[in-house]
Design a protein around this ligand. Structure first.
Ligand SMILES: CCCCCCCC/C=C\CCCCCCCC(=O)SCCNC(=O)CCNC(=O)[C@H](O)C(C)(C)COP(=O)(O)OP(=O)(O)OC[C@H]1O[C@@H](n2cnc3c(N)ncnc32)[C@H](O)[C@@H]1OP(=O)(O)O
Length: 267
């Protein structure tokens, strides 16, 4: 279990992370298992001898959650059954806007090693770090669709702007019925982190300041709208707003400073 979160790219929300891990530990025991009896946890598969007899079924289940039918790594930034109509509508709106090249959908994989190739922003970010196939990127750490962070990012390169269409799931609960502020911080950090990576390559969050204006109902759809304001040497200054899908409610506003790293290995 620990290996799944040990290389989480953000120390921003330690308490949130602990809660998420705790939730996962709890849920492994209390959640109904898939009908084929397979565990959702690769570590259970590797460490639990009692499970060896169903190894094939388990492996198939685990692989099916991580790879598409073509055998390619699964791109999670595509519609799935958990997406509400509101999420689909916004997604389609931005797909439409992407047709003339103004916006670009950013694919999203579970493991950093799946991000190799042309769209390799995570490798820029994580280069030099050893990540095993069992590790998972924080925002894609849950197996079941719709329980945690459901999101798709669209980049507007000329505006140095990233918009994330985001639907927080029930495992992100803070106050009953609402998203935990740490989860909101994480999606903001990742959205503007994407902007910062786009303009500066490998970066780290040095400062993130958030005004939480209105709680985000779980299962609702919001737009996380972040952009680069300016760059001064290695310092990238960004801002971000989180709006309800109808544009009527401002949920959060943030400013941030990211620092460009010359090389992670130098550190
Ligand atoms: C087609 C391509 C598309 C691309 C799209 C991509 C989409 C991608 C999608 C998804 C992306 C996901 C992205 C995830 C992002 C997550 C990021 C995180 O959460 S990172 C974890 C949390 N952060 C840490 O753990 C940092 C810990 N801190 C440090 O490591 C250092 O303090 C660091 C690197 C921040 C700075 O250290 P130093 O030694 O390199 O630099 P020094 O000299 O201290 O600072 C440089 C300048 O910055 C100022 N500075 C530093 N920290 C500051 C602060 N907190 N406030 C104000 N100024 C600060 C300093 O005063 C200095 O300024 P002067 O150059 O003198 O003017």
């Amino acid at each position: 279990m620990l290996s799944q979160v040990q290389c989480v790219p953000s120390s921003l929300c330690c308490s949130f992370l602990s809660q998420l891990v705790f939730t996962r530990l709890l849920s492994e025991n209390s959640r109904p298992q898939p009908s084929n009896g397979a565990s959702r946890d690769t570590e259970v598969f590797f460490h639990g001898p009692v499970h060896l007899c169903t190894a094939g079924v388990r492996a198939a289940f685990v692989l099916s959650t991580q790879f598409s039918q073509s055998g390619q790594p699964k791109d999670y930034a595509l519609p799935n059954a958990s997406w509400s109509q509101g999420m689909l509508n916004l997604y389609n709106e931005f797909v439409e806007k992407s047709k003339d090249g103004t916006w670009k959908r950013i694919p999203s994989y579970r493991h950093s090693s799946d991000s190799r190739g042309k769209e390799s922003y995570f490798l820029q970010f994580l280069e030099g770090e050893k990540m095993s196939k069992d590790t998972r990127l924080f925002l894609r750490s849950l197996d079941e669709e719709g329980l945690g962070f459901e999101y798709v990012m669209f980049l507007n390169p000329s505006e140095k702007r990233m918009v994330t269409v985001y639907q927080p799931g029930p495992y992100l609960e803070g106050h009953p019925g609402f998203a935990h502020g740490g989860s909101t911080a994480a999606i903001i950090d990742s959205t503007i982190g994407g902007c910062a990576i786009f303009v500066a390559g490998r970066v780290m969050t040095a400062n993130l300041s958030i005004d939480f204006k209105n709680p985000i109902p779980l299962g609702s759809v919001v737009l996380v709208d972040g952009k680069v304001n300016r760059m001064e040497g290695r310092k990238v200054f960004l801002s971000c707003q989180v709006w309800s899908a109808d544009g009527q409610t401002l949920h959060a506003e943030a400013t941030a400073l990211f620092i460009q790293l010359d090389s992670l290995s130098r550190r």
